[in-house]
Design a protein around this ligand. Structure first.
Ligand SMILES: Cc1ncc(COP(=O)(O)O)c(C=O)c1O
Length: 410
């Protein structure tokens, strides 16, 4: 989409027509939406695709509607595959990133003493899943250390790969609790060299950065569709490499979509990543995800990858100037997500004060980031996550609101 940025835009993105993109986004008329790390605003083509399918279901019946739209449903696999440089056979729909993640974990036959090597910034639910595997199967969970400036120390992680020979290496590209972007392709290079199974959580990066599963060198990758991809809630996907499919990995519970019941005592998993799916699908949502992925590719993820993090950097600069505010993001590469603490406020009242100004934000608590928040010595922070359709004017308004709240205190 072409250039037409307003004169007040500090963050320039010559290939994006921000006004047209905002005209496509009904929510921007209602709120300043800086909660794209929670859930992006739906674009009109995505909304219309979903509504049209629900209307069709109401008119002709749910099973009949999905049959009538089977070509478009196949479009989900083609669009998501194109977005991450995979093939449609490698994509499974999931109802959430967490569901995709736990289904992927269930396909690994862990044995007592097996090591899961991960980072100190992996997502809360992934960490809980690792601990649950520890409780049930006696695996060991090893966390690679961080660099002094923040972010995982890849050399130290690679040394642990050599000494521990982990059954699984797991890394979250962008954590939920800070603007950090982890070097997942560098980690992947070591995994490929050592032939280690590698699972990537790309929940906060799909739609924000170009994702290339070949370049990352991952075996499995999970994401939602609702965040920077701007798809509907209740959606996600799992990428499963040919390596994993050919090795015969399958989730613990495979249903009638994932396998054929070939005889009273036998079943055969399907050859594609479909073996990780459930039979029942929210078809309007699946079609909405396909539309969101198509939309993202039309907008151009390469340009988004410049503009959205640049808006994050602009917001960080504005917030850093406010007395009583401490910007918390640390690491060599920072993305669109901005986190900060503010003196004199409790979490919920502060967010409520932002809500009252129609500024959408999110809270993160110590529980979401046991290592990171302990290092930073904070119990909570506010998270602001702009995306390409946000403007410099909006960021200035948000910074002014934070400055006012920092002055008045409750
Ligand atoms: C890094 C990361 N991974 C995974 C998830 C979980 O996604 P879902 O809520 O779709 O399960 C989130 C959600 O915020 C996240 O930030």
């Amino acid at each position: 989409m072409r250039a037409n940025n307003s004169a007040t835009e500090r963050t320039t993105a010559p290939l994006l027509d921000i006004e047209a993109l905002r005209a496509d986004t009904p929510g921007v008329a209602e709120v300043i939406h800086l909660n794209n790390s929670g859930c992006g605003l739906l674009a009109t083509p995505v909304l219309e695709t979903m509504l049209e399918h629900l209307r069709l279901e109401a008119r002709i019946g749910g099973y009949e509607a999905s049959a009538a739209r089977s070509a478009e449903v196949q479009g989900f696999y083609a669009e998501l595959a194109a977005l991450i440089n995979a093939q449609p056979r490698n994509i499974a729909f999931a109802s959430s990133a967490t569901h995709a993640y736990s289904t992927a974990l269930s396909a690994i036959a862990f044995e007592p003493g097996d090591v899961i090597l991960t980072t100190r910034n992996d997502f809360i639910s992934n960490q809980i899943a690792f601990l649950s595997l520890r409780k049930r199967f006696g695996v060991r969970v090893v966390h690679a250390p961080d660099l002094p400036e923040g972010g995982v120390d890849v050399d130290a992680m690679a040394a642990l790969m050599r000494s521990e020979r982990p059954r699984l290496v797991a890394a979250t590209h962008i954590p939920t609790n800070s603007g950090l972007v982890q070097p997942i392709a560098e980690i992947g290079r070591h995994c490929r060299e050592l032939d280690l199974l590698y699972l990537v959580d790309a929940c906060q990066s799909v739609g924000l950065y170009p994702i290339d599963v070949e370049e990352i060198g991952c075996d499995l990758l999970t994401s939602t569709c609702r965040k920077f991809l701007r798809g509907p809630r209740g959606s996600g996907f799992l990428y499963v490499s040919d390596r994993v499919l050919e090795a015969g990995h399958e989730p613990l519970f495979v249903d009638m979509r994932g396998a054929r019941w070939t005889g009273p005592d036998t079943y055969q998993a399907v050859e594609t990543a479909g073996r990780f799916e459930e039979w029942e699908f929210p078809y309007a949502t699946v079609l909405g995800c396909a539309a969101a992925a198509r939309y993202a590719r039309q907008v151009g993820v390469e340009v988004v990858a410049q503009r959205s993090p640049a808006l994050g950097a602009e917001l960080r600069e504005l917030l850093a100037e406010i007395p009583g505010v401490a910007v918390l993001d640390r690491g060599r590469v920072l993305g669109a997500m901005v986190t900060f603490s503010i003196e004199g406020w409790q979490a919920e009242p502060f967010k409520a004060a932002m809500d009252a100004r129609r500024i959408n934000s999110a809270l993160s608590f110590r529980e979401f980031a046991q290592f990171d928040f302990a290092d930073k010595n904070v119990t909570w922070c506010l998270r602001l996550s702009p995306h390409y359709y946000n403007t410099s004017d909006e960021l200035a308004e948000v910074a002014a609101a934070v400055a006012e709240l920092a002055r008045v205190r409750p």
